[in-house]
Write a protein that binds this ligand. Structure first.
Ligand code: HEC
Ligand code: HEC
Length: 275
């Protein structure tokens, strides 16, 4: 007989086995950073050390500021001055920095295998001045309507509804700053979102098709055209296949989308992203 069986009894073992399985499933569902955080680990070994803080600030400027802003207020990455970061445990931040965030633009940092540098960066994160969590202007309810009326919804899904040509925007406020969101709507082509490469192909029959690249290799190319049809081509059937620098998304200058509506749409993103 199994030792634990004898010790806990049959039922005890079954329950604890179910518990372990549930825990694993939950841990996987929550993602790796939280999985790591669920394990016990030490706090920040350089807490309160002024030299470490200075070093951390330098590392932050080198490695993080390009996406999170020099003062941590965000950019292509989210603001790091919000309560979600302030309330995160040291070991959670450590896990994010070391592992990155899967399926996002947040990279992993190994700092040449030196944990101490990750801890120094965390010291720097802790020293950032808090800023407001929500955009200062805009009405989310009106933004919800504007999102439909301006046609955004034909390409973007929010909360399970809408098009697939562009990224799902339900949680976009968690990964970008207010200013970056405004900029990506006004000037869509300024910086393309990863995985949304615009592609134009010309077939041997002189047909031109534009869309989003799904996949390609030396012999084939798969794309989604502007009517959301998924198309697969053999390269030998194409005259040309070209990656475009421009986004498939049109620019929305003031004439197309007044400032007030832009603010409303951004407020709408923050409203739905906060749940
Ligand atoms: C290439 C851009 C980029 C760089 C460089 C980058 N980040 Fe990020 N970071 C992101 C993005 C994008 C997210 C949001 C990911 C998501 O959840 O979609 C993020 C998320 C985070 C989060 C989680 C924030 C939250 O509220 O959940 C932390 C913490 C973080 N980054 C810290 C750092 C630190 C520290 C550095 C430097 C060592 C760094 N990042 C460098 C892009 C970047
Ligand atoms: C013709 C399809 C199309 C329309 C219409 C469209 N978008 Fe986009 N959008 C895209 C595509 C494709 C991308 C990804 C490439 C890029 O970054 O420009 C994108 C990117 C974005 C991003 C950046 C997402 C990120 O993670 O940084 C935002 C924000 C956005 N769109 C908002 C809007 C809003 C608001 C509207 C309406 C005013 C709109 N879009 C209309 C196709 C569209």
């Amino acid at each position: 007989m199994d030792l634990r069986m004898r010790f806990f009894g049959g039922i005890g073992l079954t329950i604890s086995a179910i518990y372990v399985v549930r825990w694993l499933v939950a841990a996987l569902a929550l993602g790796f950073p939280l999985f790591l955080a669920a394990q016990d680990g030490p706090g920040n070994p350089v807490k309160g050390d002024a030299t470490a803080l200075e070093k951390g600030r330098v590392l932050f400027r080198i490695h993080c500021a390009s996406c999170h802003g020099i003062d941590g207020s965000g950019g292509r990455g989210p603001s790091l001055t919000t309560s979600s970061v302030r309330e995160a445990k040291d070991k959670e931040l450590f896990a994010i920095i070391r592992r990155g965030i899967p399926d996002s633009e947040m990279p992993s940092f190994w700092f040449k295998g030196q944990d101490i540098q990750a801890w120094q960066v965390i010291e720097a994160l802790r020293s950032l001045s808090p800023t407001s969590e929500i955009p200062s202007a805009g009405n989310a309810e009106s933004g919800k309507q504007a999102f439909v009326q301006a046609g955004c919804v034909t390409c973007h899904a929010v909360q399970g509804q809408g098009g697939r040509l562009g990224p799902d925007l339900t949680r976009v406020s968690r990964s970008r700053s207010v200013e970056h969101l405004r900029q990506s709507i006004r000037l869509a082509s300024a910086e393309l979102t990863t995985n949304y490469q615009t592609v134009t192909v010309k077939t041997l029959a002189n047909q031109t098709v534009r869309g989003i690249l799904l996949n390609e290799d030396a012999f084939t190319l798969q794309m989604m055209d502007t009517t959301e049809r998924v198309l697969a081509f053999h390269r030998k059937d194409l005259q040309q296949a070209r990656h475009d620098a421009a986004s498939l998304m049109p620019d929305y200058p003031r004439e197309a989308l007044p400032d007030a509506l832009l603010d409303d749409i951004v407020a709408f993103f923050f409203e739905i992203g906060s749940h």
